[in-house]
Design a protein around this ligand. Structure first.
Ligand SMILES: [Zn+2]
Ligand SMILES: [Zn+2]
Length: 931
C-alpha cells in the first residue's frame, strides 16, 4: 500500500481527487479521521503539527525551588502527540505501507511537520521507503509533476524549523515564568514573553511613546487661487512650509496682481506596474480591502487548499522561469475576467514585473484555477479577485502620465502649480485598487497674465508619527528580520489576544507597556530585534547545512543565561515596576465622595467600580455582568468627573463602550429619579452634589440624613423617601415585566426586548398584571406578532391568576389541582358553583368553599354559600333518583349550581338550559318528577 500524508484533511482530499484521475475515491472515516483511497493508495491529512515539543516531566510546578524559571533553559524536551487519533491512524496505516510519501506544505514549517510524520512512521516501520512530494499549488499539473518526481525529506530545512521551535519554547517558557512570578501573576493573568513577540511589542510601545512625546510645531502654508477659461487653479508658494509667521505674513502681503506665468514645463512619467505578491505585499493589499492580517492569511490558505491560488507563504517576488504564465492566463479565460485577460494577452509587457526578493522555494502568490463569485462567497472572492488582478497587473504595460509644472510670479512672490493627466492607463485597467488622481491644468502660456481670485494663509501643525496598522507592522517586522512570512501575522494576533495591544491602528495597553518597560530597563536583549534577527540568520545557515541545529540552540542557551544573570539580579525591582504600572490598569480615577481611587473590581461574573476607601466609603457604581464583556478602562477621561472611560470587551463581538462610568450611572438613574412626583431639577442637582444618584439610595435613607443632603424639611424628606420606595416598586415590576416578556417571546434578530418593553410601558402597561389585561392590539403595537401576543397574554393571565390565588391563601398543592381541572382563575373560584369546582378538581366541597371564601374576601366580593360534603353526597343520590339523570347530567347540573332535589326544584329551566346545554323541556321534565 502507498500511504500519502498531506498537511491538512482538505488538502488530502484534493490530492486524492487529482491523483485518482477518473477513478473513484473512497472516503472512509476512521474514528474522526478521514482517509481517501484509490488503487493501492491511501491519502490521509494531518492537522498541521500533530505532536508538540514540551519539557521533560517535572517542570510543571512554577514555584519549584529546584526547577526554577532559569532551569528551563537547559531542560530536556520531549515530543508529545497533540492529535492522538491522527497519530494512531498514521501508525496503523504505516505498518501496512510499502511506500510512504510526505506531501506537506513546502516550507520550513511544512518540512518540520513532514519530519514529525516521518518519525511517526519510522517508529513503527523502520524499513519502509519514505519520499517527499514538493509542490507550490494544489493543482493537477503541480501535484502530478510532484508525485512523478519525488525527492527526499530535507532534514536540514526541518532542523532549522526544529531549532526555532526549541529556542522559542525555551525563551518563551523561562521568561514568561520569571516575569509572571516576579509580578505575582498567575492563572489567566500570566504575563507572556516571547522571542519574536516581545521585540514586536516593544516597537508598538516605542511608537506610542514617540507620539506622546511629540511636540507639534506650527507652520504656515500660503496658496493662491487663479483662474483661466473659467477653471480655478490653486498654486502654492514655492517656499512650501513657512516656519516663521512674520515671513509668511510678508509673503502674503507681497502677493499681488499681476500674476504672470513665468514657465511651463511638460514631462512624462511612467507609473510602474506592481510587482508580484509575496506574503507581506499581499497582506498590505488585502488590508486596504478591510481584511486583518490574520483574516487575509486564513482566507488565502483556504483558497490554496482548494486549488484556487498558489501557496500564500512566500518571500519570492519574481516569477520563476518554469511558471507557465500563458497557461494561467488561459485558465482565467471564459469567466468574469475574460475581457481583462484578453486585454492583457493583447498588450502583454515583454517581461513580467519583478520585485527585489527572489527565492527558489515558492513562486509569488498567483491564481492557479478559475472560480466564480457564487462558489467562493464574498470574502474569499474578494481575496481571489485581488490575487487574479495582481497577477494580470504584473503582466500589463506600465501606465504613463503627462505632467505639467507651472511657475508663476505674483509681483515678486513665486508660486507653482502641478498637474497630471493619465496618458495611457496600462495596468490600471485591470488593477483598480489604487485610484489614479488626475489634475488637469489649463494650457498656460509663459508671459500670460492672470487674475488672483484669492490668497490663503493656512496655519497648520506638524503631526506625530502614525500608529502602526497591522499591515504596516508586518512590513516593518520584515525589514527588521522579526519572525517569518508564516509567523508575523500570528505574532500580532497573540499580542492582541494577550491584551498587550488593542485597536487598529495598534496601541499598547498598560500591561503591554509595563512588561516592555520592565524588560527594557533590565534586559534589553529581549525587546531588541537583534537577537531575534540573529536567530533567523542562524536558521538560514542550518538550512544551508553550514551550522547544526544543536550548535545554534546551544548558542541561544548561552544568550538566555546572560539575560537571566541580569533579570535575577533585579527580580524585586522588575516585579514592583510591573505591579505598580498595572495597578493603574484597573484604576478609574478619584472617588467623588472621598477622593480615594475608584477601581474596577471583578468578582465571579459580576463586576463593579468600587472605592479603595471601602469600608469607610461605600461609594460604588454597578456595571453590567462580565457575560456582556470584561470591563476595562480606556485612555479617554471624563472632563466633568476626571474618571477614565470604561469599555466592556468580549471576544468575537464589538466592544460596548460605557464611557464615563459616573456619567453613565447618572444618566441611567435620572429617569427613575424623575418618576418621583416631588422631584425637581433643582433637587436632582442638590442630591448629585451630595453623591446621591439612585432612588434606591434615597429609599434606604433616614429622613434626617436626607434633610441635610436635599435641603428639605423632615416632613418633605419623609415624603421623598416614600416616593422613592414607590418608584422602586414600579421599577421592580417593570424589570419583572421585561424578564417575563423575554422568557415568553423568544429573542430574534431585529427584535429588541428593551424596545418591546419600552413601548408597552408607554402604553401604560408597566407590569405583568397590566399585561394580563392588555388588548392584543397594544401588544401588536409593541412589535409582537399574533401568535406571540396570544401566548404572552395567556401566560400573563395564568401567572396573575396564580399569584392572586396564592395571595388569598390557596396552597400550592391545591393550586395545582385547580390548574389541572382548568378552573384556576379567581373568577372561577368566586363565581363557579362549589359542587362543580369540587367535581372538576376532586377537592372536597368544604375545602373548595374555604378557598372560594378566601379568594372572594381577598377581592372584596360576597362570599359564596357553603355546601357540605354530606349535603353533596345526599343531593347526588336525590338527583340520580330522578328518571333520565345520570352521572354526566349531574356534573352538568353542578355547573348551574344544582346539586340536590331542592336546588333543582327552584331552578329556572331557561337559565339552566343556557348554562348546561340540556334542553329546556328535559329540565322541566326532571322538575315535574320532583313535584
Ligand atoms: Zn470613596
Ligand atoms: Zn463623567
Amino acid at each position: 500500500m502507498h500511504l500519502i500524508i498531506a498537511e491538512k484533511n482538505i488538502s488530502a482530499n484534493r490530492i486524492a481527487q487529482i491523483l485518482a484521475g477518473n477513478e473513484k475515491v473512497r472516503a472512509v472515516k476512521e474514528g474522526s479521521v478521514s482517509t481517501y483511497s484509490f488503487d493501492n493508495k491511501t491519502v490521509v491529512g494531518l492537522k498541521g503539527h500533530v505532536v508538540e515539543v514540551d519539557f521533560e516531566p517535572g517542570y510543571t510546578n512554577w514555584r519549584s525551588e529546584i526547577h526554577t524559571p532559569r532551569s528551563l533553559i537547559d531542560a530536556g524536551t520531549v515530543k508529545k502527540p497533540t492529535e492522538k487519533k491522527i497519530v494512531n491512524l498514521i501508525q496503523k496505516l504505516s505498518k501496512k505501507a510499502d511506500l510512504v510519501t510526505i506531501a506537506t506544505d513546502y516550507d520550513t514549517e511544512g518540512e518540520l511537520i513532514g519530519k514529525e510524520a516521518y518519525e511517526l512512521v519510522r517508529a513503527v516501520n523502520p524499513t519502509v521507503r519514505i519520499n517527499r512530494a514538493r509542490f507550490s499549488a494544489i493543482t493537477p499539473a503541480e501535484i502530478r509533476t510532484a508525485f512523478e518526481n519525488p525527492t527526499d525529506l530535507d532534514f536540514a530545512l526541518a532542523a532549522a524549523g526544529e531549532a526555532r521551535q526549541t529556542v522559542d519554547l525555551m525563551w518563551g517558557a523561562s521568561l514568561t515564568r520569571f516575569i509572571s512570578l516576579a509580578a505575582r501573576r498567575g492563572g489567566k493573568d500570566i504575563l507572556s514573553v516571547g522571542r519574536v513577540q516581545s521585540p514586536t511589542l516593544a516597537m508598538i510601545v516605542d511608537r506610542e511613546r514617540e507620539i506622546e512625546n511629540f511636540v507639534p510645531q506650527t507652520y504656515w502654508m500660503l496658496t493662491l487661487v487663479t483662474e483661466k477659461d473659467g477653471v480655478p487653479v490653486e498654486a502654492r508658494h514655492t517656499a512650501g512650509r513657512f516656519t516663521d509667521h512674520e515671513a509668511a505674513l510678508a509673503a502674503r502681503a507681497g502677493t499681488k496682481e499681476p500674476l504672470t506665468v513665468t514657465d511651463v514645463k511638460e514631462g512624462q512619467k511612467t507609473d510602474r506596474a506592481p510587482t508580484p505578491f509575496d506574503t507581506t505585499t499581499f497582506i498590505v493589499a488585502a488590508s486596504r480591502l478591510g481584511l486583518s492580517a490574520a483574516n487575509a492569511m486564513r482566507i488565502a490558505e483556504d483558497l490554496y487548499m482548494n486549488g484556487y491560488i498558489s501557496y500564500p507563504r512566500t518571500d519570492n517576488t519574481v516569477y520563476p522561469k518554469s511558471l507557465n504564465l500563458n497557461g494561467i492566463l488561459e485558465t482565467l479565460r471564459g469567466g468574469v475576467f475574460d475581457a481583462d485577460v484578453a486585454w492583457v494577452q493583447q498588450h502583454r509587457r515583454p517581461v513580467p514585473t519583478r520585485g527585489k526578493k527572489e527565492s527558489t522555494d515558492h513562486p509569488p502568490i498567483h491564481p492557479t484555477g478559475s472560480a466564480s463569485r457564487e462558489a467562493l462567497g464574498q470574502d474569499r472572492w474578494k481575496v481571489y479577485e485581488l490575487v487574479v488582478r495582481r497577477f494580470l497587473a504584473t503582466l500589463s504595460p506600465d501606465a504613463t502620465w503627462t505632467t505639467t509644472k507651472c511657475l508663476f510670479d505674483a509681483s515678486g512672490e513665486p508660486y507653482t502649480a502641478t498637474g497630471g493627466r493619465l496618458l495611457s492607463p496600462g495596468w490600471r485597467r485591470v488593477y483598480p485598487y489604487s485610484e489614479a488622481k488626475e489634475n488637469i491644468l489649463p494650457a498656460f502660456v509663459p508671459g500670460e497674465r492672470l487674475p488672483i481670485r484669492k490668497v490663503n494663509l493656512e496655519e497648520k501643525q506638524t503631526q506625530p508619527p502614525a500608529r502602526y496598522s497591522q499591515s504596516r507592522l508586518i512590513q516593518v517586522m520584515e525589514e527588521l528580520g522579526l519572525g517569518t512570512k508564516s509567523t508575523r501575522h500570528e505574532v500580532i494576533g497573540k499580542l492582541i489576544s494577550r491584551r498587550y495591544v488593542e485597536g487598529n491602528p495598534l496601541r499598547p495597553t498598560l500591561v503591554g507597556r509595563a512588561v516592555t518597560d520592565a524588560l527594557d530597563n533590565h534586559a534589553e536583549t529581549i525587546t531588541e530585534p537583534e537577537m531575534t534577527r540573529t536567530l533567523e540568520e542562524h536558521m538560514q545557515l542550518i538550512k544551508q547545512r553550514e551550522r547544526s541545529r544543536d550548535d545554534v540552540v546551544m548558542e541561544s542557551r548561552g544568550m538566555l543565561h546572560q539575560v537571566f544573570d541580569k533579570l535575577e539580579a533585579h527580580k524585586k525591582e522588575i516585579g514592583e515596576e510591573i505591579m505598580e504600572q498595572t495597578a493603574e490598569e484597573h484604576t478609574v480615577g478619584p472617588c467623588p465622595v472621598c477622593g480615594h481611587d475608584l477601581r474596577i473590581r471583578h468578582i465571579g461574573v459580576s463586576q463593579f467600580i468600587g472605592c479603595t476607601g471601602y469600608p469607610e466609603c461605600r461609594f460604588n457604581i454597578s456595571l453590567p455582568g462580565s457575560t456582556w464583556g470584561k470591563a476595562i478602562r480606556t485612555d479617554e477621561t471624563c472632563e466633568t468627573h476626571g474618571l477614565s472611560h470604561v469599555r466592556l470587551i468580549r471576544k468575537g463581538s464589538p466592544p460596548w463602550t460605557i464611557g464615563c462610568p459616573l456619567c453613565s450611572h447618572i444618566a441611567s438613574n435620572i429617569e427613575a429619579l424623575r418618576m418621583m412626583p416631588s422631584m425637581t431639577d433643582d433637587l436632582v442637582q442638590r442630591l448629585h452634589a451630595h453623591h446621591i444618584y439612585t432612588v434606591s439610595e434615597i429609599a434606604g435613607m433616614q429622613p434626617h440624613d436626607l434633610t441635610g443632603a436635599a435641603g428639605v424639611g423632615p416632613e418633605e424628606a419623609g415624603r421623598l423617601i416614600r416616593e422613592a420606595e414607590d418608584a422602586l416598586e414600579i421599577l421592580r415590576r417593570r424589570s419583572e415585566l421585561r424578564k417575563f416578556v423575554r422568557k415568553i417571546v423568544p429573542p430574534r434578530k431585529g427584535r429588541s426586548h428593551a424596545k418591546i418593553t419600552r413601548s408597552l410601558i408607554e402604553q401604560g402597561i408597566g407590569d405583568i398584571r397590566a399585561l394580563s389585561r392588555a388588548e392584543p392590539t397594544a401588544l401588536k403595537k409593541a412589535g409582537i406578532g399574533d401568535a406571540g401576543a396570544s401566548e404572552l397574554l395567556t401566560a400573563a393571565r395564568g401567572l396573575c391568576n396564580e399569584r392572586t390565588l396564592r395571595e388569598a391563601g390557596v396552597s400550592a398543592v391545591s393550586l395545582k389541582k385547580y390548574q389541572a381541572g382548568g378552573v384556576a382563575s379567581p373568577d372561577d373560584l368566586c363565581y363557579l358553583p362549589i359542587p362543580y369546582l369540587s367535581s372538576k378538581t376532586g377537592i372536597n366541597p368544604e375545602t373548595v368553599h374555604k378557598h372560594a371564601d378566601m379568594v372572594c374576601r381577598h377581592l372584596g366580593r360576597p362570599a359564596p354559600a357553603k355546601v357540605t360534603r354530606t349535603a353533596l353526597e345526599r343531593g347526588r343520590k336525590e338527583l340520580l333518583a330522578v328518571p333520565g339523570i345520570g352521572e354526566a347530567t349531574v356534573e352538568r347540573l353542578h355547573l348551574a349550581g344544582i346539586y340536590d332535589a331542592a336546588t333543582l326544584r327552584e331552578a329556572d329551566p331557561e337559565e339552566v338550559s343556557s348554562i348546561t346545554g340540556i334542553a329546556k323541556a328535559r329540565i322541566r321534565d326532571y322538575i315535574s318528577h320532583l313535584k
